[in-house]
Design a protein around this ligand. Structure first.
Ligand code: E4P
Length: 213
């Protein structure tokens, strides 16, 4: 499973990329707003650090999405155009697929939406599991259903588990066979840690001091 960072903070991308485990980045308008930095400069800096960087269009009509998405994709080869799951978004995705521009269909909350996005030619779909959990539903059950459908289909669209909230989401997504997981920095930072690793390392270091001493 590929691991993406869900952020608009370049320092966070640089840090996780330095671990040698980063496959991509997802941004969205809210994350960009939180950082308060120039969007193009942010995305371009990320493209130097990761092979896939999703940049979201903000137009709501297909024509506007196509104009924005074509501009974004002209900035750098690593950019994936992120398009919302609407009928206008589907029209734009079909256009981008014909032009071999990679897309990530965002705000997917159901299996029918996932199927439509794949049929329109999306490179990636992003079901938001945390927001479903927040609404009292079982977000991971949606991923399981989508992966079951994919196992009977010839879709080449990758399923990206979005809106993850804790490390268990990453484990469950991997066990189900999702292709990608995007993870906020605070959750990503928890993944390398285990208290027994810290205790074990301290003991090795203490014992080695005795040998060396
Ligand atoms: C995915 O691409 C989105 O940016 C993201 O995962 C949304 O997560 P949230 O529900 O924590 O805002």
């Amino acid at each position: 499973m590929k691991l993406f960072l869900d952020t608009a903070n370049v320092d966070q991308v640089r840090e996780v990329a330095s671990w040698g485990v980063l496959d991509g980045v997802t941004t969205n308008p809210s994350l960009v707003m939180k950082e308060g930095k120039d969007f193009r400069a942010t995305v371009l800096a990320m493209c130097e650090l990761a092979p896939n960087v999703s940049a979201q269009v903000t137009a709501t009509d297909a024509e506007g999405m196509i104009k924005q998405g074509e501009e974004y994709s002209s900035w750098h080869k690593n950019i994936v155009v992120k398009v919302p799951m609407t009928t206008e978004g589907l029209k734009a995705v079909k256009h981008f697929a014909q032009k071999k521009i990679r897309t990530n269909v965002t705000l997917v909350f159901s299996v029918p939406q996932a199927i439509l996005a794949a049929k329109a030619g999306a490179s990636i779909i992003s079901p938001f599991i945390g927001r479903l959990d927040d609404a009292g539903e079982e977000g991971m059950a949606l991923i399981a259903e989508i992966m079951e459908v994919w196992s009977h289909s010839d879709f080449r669209t990758e399923v990206l588990v979005a809106s993850t909230r804790h490390p268990r989401h990453i484990v469950d997504a991997a066990r189900i066979g999702a292709h990608i997981c995007t993870i906020p920095y605070d959750v990503f930072a928890k993944l390398p840690k285990h208290p027994l690793t810290d205790i074990g390392l301290k003991k090795f270091q203490d014992d080695w001091k005795k040998v060396a001493g």
